[in-house]
Ligand binder design. Structure first.
Ligand SMILES: NC(=O)C1=CN([C@@H]2O[C@H](COP(=O)(O)OP(=O)(O)OC[C@H]3O[C@@H](n4cnc5c(N)ncnc54)[C@H](OP(=O)(O)O)[C@@H]3O)[C@@H](O)[C@H]2O)C=CC1
Ligand SMILES: O=C(O)C1=N[C@H](C(=O)O)C[C@H](O)C1
Length: 270
């Protein structure tokens, strides 16, 4: 069987380099392109040498269109505006677009919905098996417990992370809201500071910590009268996200256009 040809955008980033190493190590996929933004010092370098896998004969460029035209899929862990631009190009080229970028606002999500009419998009705030299982567990527990149990989502990430709450925290909050049969938008409590008043019944709270080199830690806390359930996940290596992303690309090849999630890829929807 021919290998799936993948492009990594944001190739010099933390996830970009990890994706290049993962494609190198995983069967079924091959690196055919690497993109960085205009002006990046990585332009012109060999992607494999940059990521530490040895020469890949793939030169990092800032011109995605000709690269996408020769690819089957693109792995995108960049920034919200860049992801929207890449979605347009991926749809034009009819290739699978795996989106790991977080911090997407409603306008970015609407643009991805539009692009998914023409191409397969797999998007998840967390591509790891463990976190997607955790989300299913959170949904399940939230379905059982009533508003006597306050739900709080706590996350910690490295000092370089630019968005909060994390994409994963929002995903877990969404799972909790689904379990409760409510909309997250109407129940979320973020950024508490000062005299906030007592907690609203039924609120889903978020707290974000930043520091050091923490890859990603998430807990969903169900705090009830005299007892507390805590469901947690700790990411120890970015390889878990990268392996999930390559798996998503392989899964998406040949599927009909649409917006899919990691739960679809992993068969976790209940
Ligand atoms: N869903 C998941 O499982 C995971 C999601 N993430 C998310 O992935 C994203 C990236 O994370 P991380 O790798 O740590 O961040 P980095 O900042 O290390 O990497 C992002 C890379 O994308 C580049 N980039 C930005 N805009 C463009 C553009 N227009 N064209 C080409 N390249 C561009 C950046 O370049 P420059 O530095 O010049 O801006 C940078 O090299 C974040 O949103 C993060 O939350 C991270 C881990 C797992
Ligand atoms: O920026 C990161 O590093 C991560 N981002 C994702 C998120 O926002 O949840 C996934 C993971 O936690 C690492």
């Amino acid at each position: 069987m021919t290998e799936m040809r993948l492009v990594v955008v944001g190739a010099a980033g933390r996830m970009g380099r990890m994706l290049i190493r993962t494609i190198h190590d995983m069967p079924g996929a091959t690196l055919c392109g690497a993109i960085e933004r205009e002006g990046s010092i990585a332009l012109g370098q060999d992607a494999g040498l940059l990521a530490g896998t040895g020469k890949a004969n793939v030169v990092i460029t800032d011109d995605p269109l000709p690269v996408f035209a020769k690819a089957d899929g693109v792995l995108d862990f960049t920034s919200p505006d860049a992801t929207v631009a890449f979605a347009g190009l991926a749809a034009q080229a009819r290739i699978v677009h795996v989106v790991g970028t977080t911090g997407l606002e409603d306008e970015h999500l609407a643009a991805l919905d539009a692009a998914a009419r023409h191409a397969v998009i797999v998007r998840s705030g967390n591509m790891s098996l463990g976190v997607n299982l955790l989300a299913a567990l959170v949904r399940r527990v939230a379905r059982t417990l009533d508003e006597d149990f306050d739900i709080e989502i706590v996350e910690m990430h490295h000092r370089m992370k630019v968005d909060a709450p994390s994409g994963t925290a929002l995903m877990l909050g969404e799972a909790a809201a689904q379990g409760r049969g409510v909309s997250l938008k109407d129940h979320s409590e973020r950024g508490r500071d000062g005299i906030t008043g007592a907690r609203k019944p039924g609120a889903i709270g978020f707290a974000s910590l930043r520091g050091g080199t923490v890859v990603g830690e998430h807990s969903a806390i169900f705090a009830g009268p005299s007892e507390r359930i805590v469901l947690s996940h700790a990411a120890e290596d970015r390889g878990i996200f990268a392996r999930g992303a390559v798996k998503a690309a392989l899964w998406g090849k040949g599927r009909k256009p649409g917006l899919y999630s990691m739960a679809d890829v992993l068969g976790l929807d209940d």
